[in-house]
Design a protein around this ligand. Structure first.
Ligand code: ZN
Length: 381
């Protein structure tokens, strides 16, 4: 299935195989950058490397058989599906002895990885999801208005409206008085047309719940249209693109994605800046792995910030799922904790399950100085 929502990742993160390990598999299948043969080859290498790794792991017989079966099933699945596969990434989660199998078609390319762990390794999925914003692009001139839905790298026309407002009074033949009257008539037609466009945008917002609105029009029309937009839309209006209604969808998509990229970068810089300011004044934030895990364990994190690809082993309580950097016993139930290969992945999952936001920050950033991980807190304790 296609990766679409946070709920899919949350459900996946909830899967626990108890004594058995789960295989998480990520493959970059971008045919823009690689030939089919190269993709096959990287798949083969990835499987071979992990088969060898599996042989060296100390495991129960049941666990070993289950993981070996996972790798075989993944290989079979790829042999059947890869040549006609049209997404740039594939993720599979499998625990054969528990009859657990889930695959996701990805519109972002992941790093080739196989992870054997207690539960699905969802961090790359969560990072991709942060990049998905539903955008509505309104492209308008006096002749025509078009609305596009832009989501997960795809564009679709939602609606169009004919304006056909004439541009100016024809030269000659008119008395001064008459041309003034016509000018006024044209101005009021334009105003009505823009009002209808603003209302249509709000109707589309109610139906599609887009996150951001982009506007493609001249400065003159923008200042005419903006005051007519519903307050929600004024807030959602994130920027302007260079476009006209006759432009091809692929061109509009490119313009929109470029702007989205710029806004995402800005947003992350802003949140890191806010985080650092809070830390420096001893406010609503804490940094470093140990403190971050403590806040996550207590459900006090509003937003988790983590450097992309930063990873570290750690420990987890098998009973209450509390996360630790190095505690050998759970601080809550005193049970022996278990080792996990990437505690950052567990932290991302815990944050998602507890409805905190997760921001994956591209390095280099100001987060480095604070241990590559931190949280903005809901309240001061
Ligand atoms: Zn515990």
């Amino acid at each position: 299935m296609k990766l679409l929502s946070r709920e899919q990742i949350e459900n996946l993160a909830k899967f626990k195989s108890n004594s058995l390990l789960t295989t998480s598999f990520y493959l970059d299948t971008s045919k823009n950058r690689m030939t089919k043969k190269e993709i096959q080859l990287s798949l083969k290498n990835l499987i071979r490397r992990n088969t060898k790794y599996l042989e060296k792991m100390s495991l129960s017989k049941e666990n070993r058989e289950s993981l070996a079966q996972d790798l075989e099933n993944i290989q079979k699945f790829c042999a059947r599906n890869l040549s006609a596969y049209n997404y740039v990434g594939l993720a599979i989660f499998s625990c054969s002895k528990k009859n657990f199998w889930q695959e996701f078609n990805l519109v972002n390319s992941p790093k080739n990885t196989i992870v054997f762990d207690q539960n699905p390794y969802v961090r790359p999925l969560s990072a991709f999801l942060g990049d998905y914003h539903r955008i509505c692009a309104l492209i308008i001139d006096r002749k025509e208005a078009k609305w596009y839905d832009i989501y997960m790298g795809e564009i679709a026309l939602l609606e169009n409206l004919k304006g056909d407002v004439p541009s100016k009074v024809k030269e000659g033949g008119w008395e001064g008085y008459e041309s003034k009257r016509i000018e006024r008539h044209i101005a009021s037609r334009l105003h009505r047309y823009f009002s209808t466009a603003a209302k249509t945008t709000f109707d589309l917002y109610n139906k599609n719940k887009f996150d951001w609105l982009f506007l493609g029009c001249s400065d003159e029309y923008a200042s005419e249209l903006k005051p007519l937009l519903h307050p929600y839309l004024k807030k959602g209006l994130k920027g302007r693109i260079k476009a006209k209604p006759s432009d091809s969808p692929s061109r509009l998509l490119k313009e929109s994605l470029d702007l989205k990229q710029k806004l995402k970068k800005q947003e992350k810089e802003d949140i890191v800046r806010r985080f650092i300011a809070e830390i420096e004044k001893g406010g609503l934030a804490t940094s470093g792995l140990k403190n971050t895990l403590r806040k996550l364990n207590r459900g006090e994190a509003q937003t988790l910030l983590v450097t992309r690809h930063f990873s570290k082993p750690g420990r987890i309580c098998p009973k209450c799922n509390l996360l630790f950097e190095d505690e050998l016993r759970c601080t809550s139930c005193q049970r022996k904790t278990e080792k996990v290969v990437d505690i950052i992945d567990e932290a991302v999952e815990a944050a998602m399950v507890k409805r905190s936001q997760v921001k994956h920050i591209n390095p280099p950033s100001g987060l480095r100085k604070y241990g590559d991980i931190g949280v903005l807190l809901r309240y001061k304790t």
